[in-house]
Write a protein that binds this ligand. Structure first.
Ligand code: ZN
Length: 66
């Protein structure tokens, strides 16, 4: 059994520990909070485009008239 990823203390196996792989439910909550924080603060994707003013429906009006 690996140690608790939050505090590094030995974590009891899952059979004896509802919070496994964390040592306590408290550490489990801390880990959950870290995940949520990272999602909120995460950097924007590189390909994210700023809001474009032009409507996509009228992007190429001449292409459909051959
Ligand atoms: Zn812990």
């Amino acid at each position: 059994m690996p140690p608790c990823p939050i505090c590094g203390r030995p974590a009891a196996p899952r059979q004896q520990n509802l919070a496994a792989p964390f040592c306590t439910p408290r550490c489990k909550l801390i880990d959950l909070g870290k995940w949520l924080n990272e999602e909120y603060r995460g950097p924007l994707p590189e390909g994210a485009e700023p809001d474009d003013e032009s409507p996509s429906t009228a992007a190429h009006p001449n292409q459909e008239q051959a």
